[in-house]
Design a protein around this ligand. Structure first.
Ligand code: ATP
Length: 233
């Protein structure tokens, strides 16, 4: 579904990604793990064309989208949940969700909203609450819910577990599993390697702008190098 082929991405003269190749097949969860500064966010953002790859190709459903503007890419069935959530804190839960359905018709918005409320009953309970007054976990649910409003086929999540308590993390990961069960494709970036690999069909390990390992999630979980570097030995 999504092929990243030998991606190089620069910030000015500095190259952050040095030829990264990743493949994501329809209906699977692919996790990308790596330490701070490895280039995980840069890779996700390169998929969205901001920044654009300076070399290599991003191919979505056989279409080369490497040089397409972000606005067009975001209308191609991809939704992103950015690191730090970036919800509109002054708007209510419902208003935030409707922002996510910006390109959709009213009846599509209604359907998507129902779907989001089924996945996250907490958001329905709080639909009139200002998003900025919600807990970190609730805000993460809202960020995911907002991304789902556009009915994406591929959802990209940048560190959804960041700063959350273990119980909430468990819930968030359960929801991600449920999305896959509903047929969605998931590209998950995480520092929480254990949970991310446990959930993933396949995983990639990114180190200083290069893929060091890729395998099934189950194999990576028992890989000695992964255990040593990312799973606490
Ligand atoms: P983290 O887990 O800390 O978010 P990451 O793996 O997502 O890290 P990136 O944020 O992609 O890593 O950063 C990769 C490299 O690119 C780092 O060296 C970082 O300093 C650099 N970088 C990221 N964003 C910019 C930017 N806007 N301008 C210049 N350099 C950047």
């Amino acid at each position: 579904m999504l092929i990243l082929e030998d991606i190089h991405t620069h910030y000015g003269k500095i190259e952050a990604l040095h030829g990264v190749s990743v493949e994501i097949n329809e209906g699977e969860i692919v996790s990308l793990i790596g330490a701070n500064g490895a280039g995980k966010t840069t890779l996700l953002m390169t998929v969205c064309g901001a920044p654009q790859a300076s070399a290599g190709r991003v191919v979505l459903d056989g279409r080369d989208i490497t040089k397409e503007p972000t606005s067009q890419i975001m209308r191609s069935g991809i939704a992103i949940v950015p690191e730090g959530r970036r919800i509109f804190s002054g708007l209510t839960v419902k208003e935030n969700l409707h922002m996510g359905g910006f390109f959709n018709t009213k009846s599509e918005i209604r359907k998507s909203q129902e779907h989001v409320y089924e996945l996250f009953p907490r958001l329905k309970e709080r639909e009139s609450q200002r998003a900025g007054t919600m807990s970190g976990g609730e805000q993460q649910m809202l960020a995911i819910g907002r991304a789902l409003m556009s009915k994406p086929r591929l959802i990209i999540l940048d560190e959804p577990s960041l700063g959350l308590a273990p119980l909430i993390i468990k819930q968030i990961f359960e929801i991600i599993g449920k999305l896959r069960d509903e047929g969605m494709t998931v590209f998950l970036v995480e520092q929480n390697a254990h949970q991310a690999l446990n959930l993933a069909d396949r995983g990639y390990v990114l180190e200083t702008g290069r893929i060091r390992l890729h395998d099934t999630g189950a194999n990576l979980l028992v890989n000695p190098q992964v255990r040593e570097a990312y799973l606490g030995g």
